[in-house]
Design a protein around this ligand. Structure first.
Ligand code: ZN
Length: 669
């Protein structure tokens, strides 16, 4: 029985999790200590205090920056109309989906255990409420990782980016109505295909209204299909990137750079009624003129920016933001094109030179043409610099690690806070540029076919004289503050001897220090999550998306068949052939699966007359199978489904699909 239960929802749905960026259901593997519990400076998860080396490194970095520059703090609070006294948003099953009080400790001077530059960004991201950006333009910030912007139309609100989930969007729009008047939503604009910019749409879309929904070309396809087939891996890795298991504390998660962190709850989607395909396209929405810039393949595969000429306001979507963004995102994703990205920013400067107000999908606005143009120029040049200098150094023969190590932004860019690596970093973005052009192989034959980690580690450990010698040396280097080296050394020992608790403990302490020194929110969370899992092991449960039904319904069936293909266990399927018709009785749609050569092909159209089996099923029932609401054996043997051919053969076929491991080990073999 168990081998046919692979279908049971969590695993398949967790595969969608990357699509949801880093969504976490209310019953996920997040430990109790990570949410809704009081924060403790001591660190309930066993994190060690900052060492003198870390304290000095943080002080040195702090001294290089004008951390007390008041401009950002003025901008981040300017135009505040109202803020709820406490912003905790509750979702399904009374779970907390958004929790600003958990970050109340982020104020005042940076603690020893946080990079002071990241602390500054985290403090700025702690602001929340309803803000007036300019006459007729408002923002709800801090209700989610992203912003909901409201443009006042003749009859109602034009909502730009309705947040990640129903719950956060409902709280935000209700708060706006309370303070700005109870107006309907007259139109919606999705700036791009990432879930934190459309997932809450069902809460702002009035029932039965014919609301115009504007989105960039390719939106629906990208929003419902991006990364489904790679989802399990990405969702597991996103637990590291976003620190979903970490407590909120000075030794835990404090910020993601882009905002406090992903919102939980129930995401949905609605199809656009109007698609922007061309830069310069204009639209009048509820009496307000919009001029669009189509920017596909920038920060998202489908993305737009726009200008409101009546307000002289530029919405930069997520093409620009108040941090260095990711050319490569650490959860694992395809690399973005820095040259193209920079080009779009340059184009926007030319298209909208009269801009007096800037606002965007994350962070706080900016006012004044000169400041905005300077900001845009530096955003443009930040990405272009990384691109050009990486290729320059590659042409000198340097490989990714060497390039990342020596690259430094010019003083004019590194002194600019929006260019700093609070989210993406110069180091990992430079490696991303290398990867985009040259792939994973650095050209050195020693790296063409090296031994895998455990085998190499066992040989290193033996050659270095065994565990005790290594631990002594590692401790000495730790005491000298050489944390990057100690991490490399102890990683070998842990991979050779995964039960060596002294090795794991010292490696966890090493990751603590690397986390405390990190300026990037995701780097901090990656190191702290590594430390946590060295101390406690991998989580028992992966990320769940139990509440994502609305989004899953909108995901094309083809995506699920593609996912089935990557679940096929090649060795188990060796020598087997099977053809299966799946007829969706409610859709009048036939899908044919064909197994041969350990590959599962899928097509739609005519049923295969020679198929080994045919299932007639409704889409809802098919999804019940996928969501685990019913087991496949139960479905196949129920009256709601008709099956031609041998049911046992069918079960045997489904048993060839591997259950993805949602909690695979990362810091241990
Ligand atoms: Zn976003």
């Amino acid at each position: 029985m168990s081998n046919v239960l692979f279908w049971r929802g969590a695993l398949l749905l967790s595969s969608l999790c990357a699509l949801l960026l880093a969504c976490q259901g209310d019953t996920t593997g997040t430990p109790k200590s990570a949410q809704g519990t009081p924060t403790t400076a001591a660190g309930a998860q066993g994190n060690t205090p900052a060492t003198q080396t870390t304290i000095s490194a943080n002080a040195k970095m702090g001294a290089q920056l004008k951390l007390d520059d008041p401009q950002d703090f003025e901008d981040a609070t300017r135009g505040l109309i109202a803020a709820p006294p406490s912003l905790q948003i509750v979702g399904p099953g009374n779970s907390t989906v958004w929790d600003m009080p958990a970050f109340d400790f982020v104020k005042g001077e940076a603690p020893d255990t946080v990079n002071p530059s990241l602390w500054r960004q985290a403090t700025l991201n702690n602001n929340y409420g309803l803000y007036k950006v300019t006459d007729g333009v408002y923002q709800l910030r801090g209700f989610d990782i992203s912003n909901m912007s409201l443009v006042e139309g003749q009859t109602g609100w034009i909502v730009v980016d309705p947040l990640t989930t129903k719950e956060t969007a409902a709280a935000a729009i209700a708060f706006a109505r309370e303070h700005l008047g109870d107006k309907p939503v007259s139109a919606i604009v999705f700036t791009h295909s990432h879930i934190d910019h459309f997932g809450g749409v069902l809460s702002v879309l009035g029932a039965g209204e014919n609301t115009e929904i504007v989105a960039p070309v390719g939106f629906m396809e990208e929003a419902t299909s991006e990364n489904v087939i790679a989802g399990t891996t990405m969702s597991r890795r996103s637990m590291y990137m976003y620190g979903s298991q970490l407590e909120r504390s000075p030794r835990g998660h404090i910020d993601s750079g882009l905002g406090k962190g992903p919102a939980l709850g129930s995401p949905g989607i609605a199809a656009p009624t109007r698609t922007i395909t061309t830069t310069g396209e204009t639209l009048t929405l509820d009496g307000v003129d919009f001029i669009f810039q189509n920017a596909p393949g920038s920060e998202a595969p489908a993305e737009l920016t726009f200008y409101l000429p009546q307000h002289k306001a530029f919405c930069g979507a997520e093409v620009v933001s108040r941090n260095m963004h990711n050319l490569y995102t650490l959860r694992g994703a395809q690399v973005r094109d820095a040259r193209k990205w920079s080009g779009y920013i340059n184009e926007a400067m030319g298209l909208f030179p009269d801009t007096e107000v800037y606002f965007a999908s994350h962070h706080w606005p900016m006012w004044g043409n000169a400041a905005i143009m300077e900001f845009l120029k530096k955003q443009r040049d930040g990405y272009r610099f990384i691109h050009d200098q990486t290729l320059r150094l590659a042409a000198q023969g340097y490989t990714p690690k060497e390039i990342a190590e020596q690259l430094e932004m010019p003083a004019s860019l590194r002194s600019s806070f929006p260019n700093r690596g609070y989210y993406g970093t110069l180091k990992h973005n430079a490696k991303a540029v290398y990867q985009r052009y040259f792939g994973w192989y650095d050209g050195n034959p020693a790296n063409l076919d090296p031994l895998p980690p455990t085998e190499a580690a066992q040989r290193y450990v033996a050659m270095m004289g065994g565990a005790d010698v290594i631990l002594d040396k590692a401790q000495a280097d730790f005491d000298k503050g050489e944390y990057r080296w100690v991490a490399e050394l102890l990683n070998h020992l842990v991979f050779a001897q995964p039960h060596n608790s002294a090795a794991k403990s010292l490696l966890a302490q090493t990751y603590d220090q690397l986390a405390y020194q990190a300026e990037s929110g995701p780097w901090r969370d990656v190191y702290l999550t590594g430390a946590l899992e060295l101390r406690q092991g991998a989580p028992e449960k992966g990320l769940g998306i139990a509440n994502a039904g609305d989004l899953i319904k909108a995901t094309p069936l083809d995506q699920f068949f593609e996912l089935m293909a990557v679940m096929l266990n090649g060795p188990k399927a060796e020598g087997k052939t099977f053809a299966l018709n799946i007829e969706f009785t409610d859709l009048q749609e036939v899908h044919v699966l064909q197994l041969e050569n350990s590959v599962l092909h899928h097509r739609t159209g005519q049923a295969d007359a020679a198929a080994d089996a045919t299932i007639r099923i409704t889409r809802p029932l098919f999804f019940m199978m996928l969501t685990g609401e019913a087991g496949i054996r139960d479905i196949l043997f129920s009256d709601d489904v008709s099956v031609e051919g041998s049911k046992l053969d069918l079960l045997g076929f489904f048993a060839l699909l591997d259950r993805p491991n949602e909690t695979f080990n990362i810091v241990t073999p």
